[in-house]
Design a protein around this ligand. Sequence first.
Ligand code: SF4
Ligand code: SF4
Length: 201
Amino acid sequence: MSTTPLPLYTPAQRRALAEAKLDAFFAGMPAALRAEVMGLPERIARMNAGTQVKLKEVLRTADRIFAHAAQFAACTRGCGHCCHVHVPIADFEAHYIAHHTGRAARLIRHSIPHDRMDYSSKTPCTFLRDGECSIYPFRPLTCRMHLNFDVDAHWCLHENWNHPDAAIPRPDIGPLMQAYALLGGKSPVMADIRDFFPAAN
Ligand code: SF4
Ligand code: SF4
């Protein structure tokens, strides 16, 4: 049986299509969601609650953004190339995952810097199972915002990472990151998710 070949796009065509989608994403954002996103840092700063409750609020807003973005993004369930790259999380997020999954997080006292080349198709995230996230409701903020507004996952493939034209177009949601930054105090410990949760031997 013959199959229809996927359409091929030049890098310039990809960029143009992605820019149009990014414009449509921002223009089409419902007013209530826009207000929720813009007011998030202030809401978090004023919340009389612990870090875990505040993190839940940040993740809830991220999920609402993700739901709106789904119609524009190339991301699909089971498309897990981004589960093989560096997945930076803060210690408070590791605690959140540990609390909700029952999986113990390693105690890390100092941030562990990583280069994007530290990981490859051979080093998936600890929580990737059969191509899907096994902690989906509790996955980190960075995973929720791994949105690719390209026409497909082309630049997410490991073999394309180092191409000079490689660029994954994604929306920049400043207030979300500002709110996340408020959660960790002056110096949160940052490391890769695999540092906090090493793969079982
Ligand atoms: S960011 Fe890339 S690899 Fe991850 S789900 Fe989206 S298209 Fe797939
Ligand atoms: S936590 Fe889940 S979504 Fe995030 S990298 Fe790991 S498997 Fe992928």
